[in-house]
Design a protein around this ligand. Structure first.
Ligand code: FE2
Length: 254
């Protein structure tokens, strides 16, 4: 499986606190079936995104864990004015592996009215926003209309693996399940911060998805779509004209 959202790089944000914890998180990810993980340190008002330090820590941790799992570069990007300006100048500093997908996280208290305009500018620049965990955001978790509009524009949705259990509360779980049922979810990731409370594990979510929606849906959300994202390729989408990918969705979601 491929995990596109994690805070495994120590000392850069509220994720891993030290190198040992980073290594323990990576080992746990590998042991539970994750072959590739994207390191996505925050870039918000609280934590400054340090591209060079992130790259250095990825190299060091990759060596320490012998590339199990493979670590990719990304960023948990907030839509502040400074961030958007920097991303418009050089999106590759923030996008996953410097390619076309950008993880976008919203504050829990406000969604800027300029959001659609920012998405439009990013999409025109060749950057596809991946909205992280809308199911945990009190404003977005039942704003299905707004989320569908973003998907229609070309954005993707990522939900949190632990929301399929009630780790983040009933409202987040219900929202995650509703989004899944409405086929509005493109990828599931851990958003791991440690080994205990928010671990880098996708195996439990895979069990639940396989039981409830079938193994092909689980593979799409945990393997196929995230594989496309880390490679900067188009994902399988839920649109009638998409041929095989649509058939795959329909078959398992009817
Ligand atoms: Fe995150």
């Amino acid at each position: 499986m491929i995990d596109i959202h994690s805070h495994i790089l120590w000392g850069l944000d509220d994720g891993a606190r030290d190198r040992d914890e980073s290594i323990a998180m990576l080992k746990l990810a590998a042991e539970t079936g994750t072959t590739d993980i994207v390191a996505t340190p925050h870039s918000n008002h609280q934590y400054q995104f340090d591209y060079d330090l992130a790259t250095e820590r990825i190299l060091d941790l990759s060596e320490a864990t012998s590339g199990l799992p493979r670590i990719h570069r990304g960023c948990d990007f907030h839509l502040s004015l400074d961030n958007v300006q920097s991303a418009m100048q050089d999106p590759t500093r923030f996008t996953i592996n410097g390619l076309s997908y950008l993880m976008v996280e919203f504050a829990e208290t406000i969604i800027p009215t300029s959001t659609e305009e920012i998405f439009r500018l990013l999409l025109e620049r060749g950057v596809t926003p991946v909205i992280t965990h809308p199911e945990r955001n009190p404003i977005l978790q039942d704003s299905f209309k707004r989320l569908s509009k973003w998907i229609e524009m070309g954005c993707l949705l990522q939900i949190t693996a632990q929301c399929l259990t009630d780790r983040f509360g009933k409202a987040a779980e219900l929202s995650a399940r509703a989004l899944l049922k409405m086929r509005m979810v493109h990828v599931i990731a851990s958003d791991a911060h440690d080994t205990q409370h928010r671990p880098p594990r996708l195996d439990l979510a895979r069990e639940i998805l396989t039981r409830e929606l079938g193994s092909d849906v689980a593979a799409m959300l945990l393997e196929d779509n995230p594989a496309a994202i880390i490679a900067g390729r188009e994902i399988l989408v839920d649109a009638p004209e998409q041929g095989d990918s649509q058939k795959k969705w329909f078959h398992f979601w009817k």
